[in-house]
Design a protein around this ligand. Structure first.
Ligand code: CP
Ligand code: NVA
Length: 316
């Protein structure tokens, strides 16, 4: 194969935005995972982003996303600047489109965590530097990358594995469903009907899954979802911004806790995963999240490596 032919097939992420998993090809996802493995083994001495700056806009709380992006930029030789909506002009109503045009002149990339996904899209539309989605109500693509890295490290390969997600059809499960479909992993979600993922996204994932030989299952039955699963995943029942629905949700998700009785239906070497923060005694019992099959802290650690890979590929 000639060099020019090779150049056309190699995934190229430089200068692109990272708003959803859907926007990436399977090859681009695999490239990011391989890059994360490489950077993880190289450690913090590898500094290809010297002189580069990341702006981090937070309109919701964060521990992992904020700290791992900031630590990641520092390890890569660059800088990160934190801005929240309360004490910036965004909180006083300055348009996101104006903010995008201003920040693009100061920094090399912008990471944002916010409520409506349209805010991230608007930021990307008006920014002349890459925009990274650090969580919206619709998607959490950085989490999905770190989760796949974790599963690959723990299981050796991805194709043919089954992930069972028990709980709310939310930002985290949306990104997981898409990434599993793109990588040939079976994905089952169990939730009360009112909390199922949007039909359109499920339909899109079923098409993707067909191409990779995977299946997508949406059910009300947690036992069906978890049956013979390699990975059992939980997230909070009430996401940020839904606090007023908390009581209703606690009621509606009764019976959907990931506990010893439920994981009994998974494979004996199943992994328990959770994006964190977790509520022990609600979506997961303490014995499961603190048990031998749980990889939640390894998973949280991998946020750093997956995001370093993303930053290097977008900015190199
Ligand atoms: N999982 C995750 O995104 O954690 P934070 O909300 O702490 O960033
Ligand atoms: N679904 C959760 C994830 C937190 C990392 C939320 O949006 O609050």
């Amino acid at each position: 194969m000639s060099q020019s032919q090779q150049a056309t097939v190699e995934p190229q992420l430089k200068g692109k935005h990272f708003l959803t998993v859907s926007a990436l090809s399977s090859e681009e996802i695999k490239l990011l995972i391989e890059k994360a493995e490489e950077l993880k083994s190289k450690g913090p001495e590898y500094q290809p982003l010297a002189g580069k700056t990341l702006a981090m806009i937070f309109e919701k709380s964060s521990t992992r996303t904020r700290m791992s992006f900031e630590a990641g930029m520092l390890q890569l030789g660059g800088n990160a600047i934190y801005m929240n909506s309360q004490d910036s002009q965004l909180g006083r109503g300055e348009p996101i489109s104006d903010t995008a045009q201003v920040l693009s002149q100061y920094v090399d990339a912008i990471m944002i965590r916010t409520h409506g996904h349209n805010r991230v899209e608007e930021l990307a539309q008006h920014a002349s530097v890459p925009v990274i989605n650090g969580l919206t109500d619709l998607a959490h693509p950085c989490q999905a990358l770190a989760d796949i890295l974790t599963i690959k490290e723990k299981k050796g390969s991805l194709q043919g594995l089954k992930m069972a997600y028990v709980g709310d059809g939310n930002n985290v499960s949306n990104s997981l469903m898409v990434i599993c479909a793109k990588l040939g992993m079976d994905f089952s979600i169990a939730a009360p009907k009112a909390y199922w993922p949007k039909e359109q996204l499920v339909a899109e994932c079923k098409v993707l899954a067909k191409e990779t030989g995977a299946t997508i299952t949406v059910t009300e039955n947690p036992v069906e979802a978890v049956s013979q699963a390699d990975v059992v995943y939980a997230d909070v029942w009430t996401s940020m911004g839904q606090e007023e629905e908390n009581e209703q949700r606690l009621n509606d998700f009764n019976g959907y806790q990931v506990n010893a009785a439920l994981v009994h239906h998974a494979k004996s070497d199943y992994l328990f995963m959770h994006c964190l923060p977790a509520h022990r005694g609600e979506e997961v019992s303490a014995d499961v999240i603190d048990g031998l099959n749980s990889v939640v802290f390894h998973q949280a650690g991998n946020r750093l490596h997956a995001q370093k890979a993303l930053l290097v590929e977008l900015l190199k």
